[in-house]
Design a protein around this ligand. Sequence first.
Ligand SMILES: C[S@@+](CC[C@H](N)C(=O)[O-])C[C@H]1O[C@@H](n2cnc3c(N)ncnc32)[C@H](O)[C@@H]1O
Length: 296
Amino acid sequence: MQRGLLWDDVEWDEELKQNAEEKIKYNSQALVSEEEQEKYETEANQFWDKFYNIHENRFFKDRHWLFTEFPDLCINSEPNEDENTSENISNKASAIQEKERINIFEVGCGVGNTVFPILETNMSSNVFVYCCDFSEVAVSLVKSNSLYNSDRCCAFVCDISSDVWEVPFEENSLDFILLIFVLSAIHPEKMQYAVNRLAKYLKPGGEILFRDYGKYDMVELRFKPGRCLSQHFYVRGDGTRVYFFSEDEVHNLFTTAGLVKTQLYSSKRLQVNRGKQLKMYRIWIQAKYMKPLDSS
Ligand SMILES: C[S@@+](CC[C@H](N)C(=O)[O-])C[C@H]1O[C@@H](n2cnc3c(N)ncnc32)[C@H](O)[C@@H]1O
């Protein structure tokens, strides 16, 4: 029995917007107390530790859509099968060693649902993936994955909203920084600071690739009153937080950090649950911002 249907890139009209605004007005009428807000901020990593202790690597799915949405991450040039003689393979291996390394940094990597698909997809290219999370539990799950290989990957603990960052790379050294559903998890007042700092580590010509929740996504509309921290910012039942972005906010964050837009759009997908006669909209914002070649 077919229970659900999906439509991509649906039109979003005034009526839908008004409907969403009403739901948000309703769920944001009372804000979480300041005392509790303080706890969600200071203990944020512990709430994520608890999350990963419960779900381990079973919650998030591997981000295989990554290569359709961000084809730049498919750095491999697939080898021609006729060329796979042992001599050619060893020649290729040394050619790869000689090729300049492509440095990718994933921030808020969780248990590696993005990291491992990137490593697997780019087996024969000189890709090195740095990844961090502020949850020690998440980082140790990445490191204990059988696909983790310290010759190609380095996972470390870092809180991008804190003043002190200890990172294993230099400024101007990264080709790509991935922000996949991570900025939405930090306090809106700390986002600009984090993006400014990340931009320093990009090479001139390097890019930040961003995908995250958009304003009016069904997850935002489903929050019950009592979970709102500030406008479009909520806390889930497990203490983890989530922000819903507008395109303008995303644009301002990256351009204020000195980056230049190469892509910015909202993707809207309609999900229909026939059983419950429900229409729900998934809204994500996707963006690519580049560090200008003449900056350092
Ligand atoms: C929604 S999950 C997304 C995980 C992963 N990027 C993915 O798409 O599967 C958000 C992740 O960001 C991490 N995170 C939240 N705030 C962070 C911070 N201030 N510094 C580093 N990581 C953070 C959380 O621990 C969590 O693993």
